[in-house]
Design a protein around this ligand. Structure first.
Ligand SMILES: Nc1ncnc2c1ncn2[C@@H]1O[C@H](COP(=O)(O)OP(=O)(O)OP(=O)(O)O)[C@@H](O)[C@H]1O
Ligand SMILES: [Mg+2]
Length: 151
């Protein structure tokens, strides 16, 4: 695990800019695990990343579908955007066929703990979003694969 990197994100523009920083660094095989409670800004940050990767249409929240996928092109690399909130048991990850979705793609995961968590993977960057007086604070911690490319 890397040292924690702290980012102040006072408004939606800062959130979009942070999403763009993450998008620049993203590689196939990565997981960006977005942690934080209801309304913390996980989907907002996921949208910022996906937009910066080149997706120009509206990015739906995967709240009900659990998984949304984005092909390259138009995005720079294939993306799986997951929201595991509705999983009742981490074992359901296998039923969904998550490994097949992740093959050759990078994943952005909301509520990663509901899927058993991904921070044991060297390619996982965990980002905890917390509500601040104005906007949000992000605390990023990366696995070994993120050394030298922390946002
Ligand atoms: N940096 C920010 N500053 C101010 N408002 C923000 C910021 N980031 C997100 N928001 C606002 O917070 C609200 C909730 O954001 P969002 O839906 O992304 O949260 P979430 O973590 O995905 O929630 P859920 O757990 O319900 O899926 C939205 O109205 C969004 O515009
Ligand atoms: Mg969400």
């Amino acid at each position: 695990m890397s040292e924690a990197a702290r980012h102040e994100l006072p408004d939606l523009a800062a959130m979009a800019a942070f999403g763009a920083r993450l998008a620049e660094r993203l590689k196939v095989g990565d997981v960006i695990a977005l942690e934080g409670g209801l309304g913390a800004g996980k989907t907002t940050l996921a949208r910022g990343i996906i937009a910066a990767l080149g997706y120009t249409s509206e990015v739906p929240s995967p709240t009900f579908t659990i998984i949304e996928t984005y092909d390259a092109p138009p995005v720079r690399l294939p993306i799986v955007h997951a929201d595991f909130y509705r999983l009742n048991d981490p074992a359901e990850v296998e039923e969904i066929g998550l490994d097949d979705y992740r093959e050759g793609a990078a994943m952005i995961a909301e509520w990663p703990d509901h899927a058993g968590g991904f921070s044991h993977e060297a390619a996982c960057l965990s980002i905890l979003l917390e509500t601040a007086k104005t906007g949000r604070i992000a605390i990023a911690r990366g696995g070994g694969d993120w050394l030298g490319r922390m946002p």
